[in-house]
Ligand binder design. Structure first.
Ligand code: CAA
Ligand code: NAP
Length: 248
């Protein structure tokens, strides 16, 4: 088997970077696909990944733009021949109570958190089915399982991802393609650090394991689901939340 090719959307973000590193350390070539706008962050990311050489490469992508998604997958197919693993990690928050929420705050979020997953998954799934192997991992959230104050848009998008995951898992199960989601709890990334300090501290104090999650905690779960020998695991949601929400 030749080396697996993975795309991680939101790949230079807090969780995305850790996922890129873990998938590359497990032997894959990883394309970190993210908005190409933050040049300082792109440079910092490349320097963080320098020890992995060509195993991690950056490509610009706007997941909210259908053409951008199709173009990215075409570029990766042209350069590497295929996409074996897709991790949909690009995501945004637009926190506010429903009473104050603007239509733009609803729609902008849905375009990234849900439309983006649709565009990217559709762009890769045909090739995966043709080759008889694929792994799609969608990054959902504990707040898609429980709902969170101030996040009707975000919680709806992340709960929607679970429906998407289960339905697509059924469609491609006979083709060697698995589709799963990981639902992180609160982890140490820019998204969580932008919550007002007093609110974040109160949330973290309720996490049973007694600490905030690290991006590497999530990367470990993604790597597990993306493994070649994880073919009997599909349609699953894997919560990684330090016990914040325990269910079955
Ligand atoms: N539960 C119940 N009531 C709450 C509450 C809560 N969690 N938070 C606020 N309230 C109450 C306030 O006490 C206030 O009550 P009164 O009107 O009686 O005074 C009322 O709701 C309105 O509160 P605010 O004036 O603070 O409302 P706001 O619009 O200024 O702020 C908010 C609301 C922006 C949502 C703010 O509460 C907030 O940032 N919350 C954190 C949301 C959050 O956890 N986001 C997660 C981001 S990270 C992420 O999403 C990653 C992941 O997947 C885990
Ligand atoms: P992050 O650090 O903000 O990373 C998200 C990345 O996605 C950023 O690099 C962001 O770029 C990029 N992005 C935003 N819009 C995009 C678009 N249209 N196209 C391509 N890339 C885009 O957030 P994170 O904490 O790593 O979150 C990653 C995923 O995990 C998200 O789906 C999030 O909902 C989910 N999640 C996170 C936590 C947590 O605790 N951190 C918990 C549960 C779930 P810019 O920064 O330039 O916008």
């Amino acid at each position: 088997m030749s080396q697996r090719i993975a795309i991680v959307t939101g790949g230079i973000g807090g969780l995305g970077s850790a996922i890129c590193r873990k998938l590359a350390e497990s032997g894959r070539t990883v394309i970190a696909a993210d908005l190409g706008v933050r040049e300082d962050r792109i440079a910092e990311f490349k320097s963080e990944m320098a020890d992995l050489g060509e195993r991690v490469q950056f490509e610009a992508l706007n997941v909210a733009d259908e053409q951008s998604c199709n173009d990215l997958v075409a570029r990766v197919n042209a350069k590497h021949g295929r996409v074996d693993v897709l991790v949909n990690a690009a995501g945004i928050t637009r926190d506010t109570t429903l009473r104050k929420m603007t239509t733009a705050q609803w729609q902008d979020l849905m375009r990234v958190n849900l439309d983006g997953v649709f565009y990217m998954s559709r762009a890769v799934v045909e090739g995966m089915c043709d080759r008889g192997f694929g792994r799609i991992v969608n990054i959902s959230s504990v707040n898609g399982q429980t709902g969170q104050f101030g996040q009707t848009n975000y919680s709806a998008s992340k709960a929607g991802l679970h429906g998407f995951t289960m339905a697509l898992a059924r469609e491609v199960a006979r083709k060697g393609v698995t589709v799963n989601s990981v639902s992180p709890g609160y982890c140490r990334t820019a998204m969580v650090m932008s919550i007002p300090d007093n609110i974040r501290e109160q949330i973290v104090s309720q996490i049973p394991v007694g600490r905030i999650g690290e991006p590497s905690d999530i990367a470990r779960a993604v790597d597990f689901l993306a493994a070649d020998d994880a073919g009997f695991l599909t349609g699953v949601n894997l919560p990684v939340n330090g016990g914040l929400f325990i269910s079955f």
